[in-house]
Design a protein around this ligand. Structure first.
Ligand SMILES: *Cc1c(COP(=O)(O)O)cnc(C)c1O
Length: 386
């Protein structure tokens, strides 16, 4: 660490990039709703601002904030999590190869296989729980390892430090989709990863009212390339969405603490319920990688998957809930409940789902920060119909 002690996470969330504005002293970062900027003379843009696809002051502030929270050198924000994944792919060229986790967010797999494959970029999917599997899949043309931990919805973990070690030994960079944990509970760059990606749509914004994505960089080369891609390909985050995330992130620390408290209670409750066949939550001692969770994460968060035993049972439970809302997405203050096999992971196909152990009876909850007793009572009355 540097000579001056770094301020705490909650302080950085509220203050880094969120300093009062110079002109008026506005405490909240203004939304700079402008497409272009007056230039004082030919070739003399004021403060370097020329055109809003390239740079925008609201966006600069958010990028500074998110870089600080992940402990990165710089951050680049995009219009959605998938726009961030797209930008990541555009860092590559024809012939490049990626070793990816075998249980990634369905949208990432769809983009890799149904879009990028047509541009001559190849992907090998492996169980990244085993660093040896990652090492084995690395080829001379491999540029990146792309992984998620915990995975969606199986909640399996990857040892970020161990995978970074095997990748770096072969000159390959590691990018971690950290959407499920947020930087409050897990900081991949500190564990050795080279880049971090988020769908800011989820915990970082936290209020289910905006879309966005970010890539946090550890090198100037990555930051420059991604800034060029913001300008060249244009999938940037709008100033209004930047404002929403700057606003949302101020409460990230308190929200994540409560998601974690509620998540633990719900996981414990489910693990004792006679109608629940299995609960997947890294915070439970029964999770096969609980020890890694304790070592790598600072909390367990609010994402839980449980098995009701059959598609019919899952349907019954999802129909009966009243406090929990049946919807895709996650990471908002409200509890969302979903059915991965027919919703987020439909595109993976029955065979693909069977291969990774994703069953039709599985239900995923993004535990919100409502009064936990109300969430428990809701699940209790819903499970009672089985
Ligand atoms: C939602 C999500 C994405 C995609 O983000 P969008 O903002 O929906 O485009 C990527 N990765 C993970 C883990 C996600 O949950």
């Amino acid at each position: 660490m540097s000579e001056t002690k770094q301020k705490g996470f909650a302080t950085r969330a509220i203050h880094d990039g969120q300093e009062p504005e110079q002109l008026t002293g506005a405490v909240s970062v203004p939304i700079y709703a402008t497409s272009t900027y007056q230039q004082d003379a030919l070739g003399a843009p004021r403060l370097g601002y020329e055109y809003a696809r390239v740079t925008n002051p609201t966006r600069d502030r958010l990028e500074a904030n998110l870089a600080s929270l992940e402990g990165g050198l710089a951050a680049r924000v995009f219009a959605s999590g998938m726009a961030a994944v797209t930008a990541f792919c555009m860092m590559m060229k024809l012939g490049d190869h990626v070793v990816a986790g075998d249980n990634l967010y369905g949208g990432s797999v769809r983009f890799f296989n149904q879009v990028m494959a047509d541009f001559g970029i190849t992907f090998t999917y492996v169980d990244t729980r085993d660093p040896a599997e990652v090492a084995k899949a690395i080829r001379p043309e491999t540029r990146y390892v792309f992984l998620e931990t915990p995975t969606n919805p199986l909640m399996s973990l990857t040892d970020i430090a161990a995978v970074s070690q095997v990748a770096h030994a072969k000159g390959v960079e590691v990018i971690v989709d950290n959407t499920f944990m947020s930087p409050f509970f897990q900081r991949p760059l500190e564990l050795g990863a080279d880049m971090v990606l988020h769908s800011t749509t989820k915990y970082l914004n936290g209020h289910s009212d905006g879309l966005g994505g970010v890539i946090v960089c550890s090198t100037q080369q990555q930051a420059d390339k991604l800034a060029f891609l913001q300008k060249a390909s244009g999938g940037i985050m709008s100033p209004f969405e930047c404002f929403l995330i700057l606003r949302g992130v101020k409460t990230l620390a308190v929200r994540m603490k409560q998601h974690d408290v509620n998540g633990r209670r719900v996981a414990e409750y489910l693990s004792k319920h006679p109608k629940v066949a299995k609960v997947l939550y890294p915070g439970l001692a029964s999770h096969p990688q609980h020890e890694l969770a304790l070592r790598q994460m600072k909390g367990f968060g609010g994402m839980i998957t449980f098995d009701t035993g059959s598609l019919k049972n899952a349907e019954k439970v999802l129909k009966a809930v009243k406090v929990c809302t049946l919807a895709e997405s996650l990471g908002g203050v409200e509890t969302l409940i979903s059915h991965p096999a027919s919703m987020t992971h439909a595109a993976v196909g029955a065979e693909g789902r069977a291969k990774i152990g994703l069953t039709d009876g599985m239900v995923r909850i993004s535990v919100g920060i409502e009064e936990v007793e109300d969430i428990l009572a809701d699940l209790d009355q819903a499970l009672a119909v089985l």
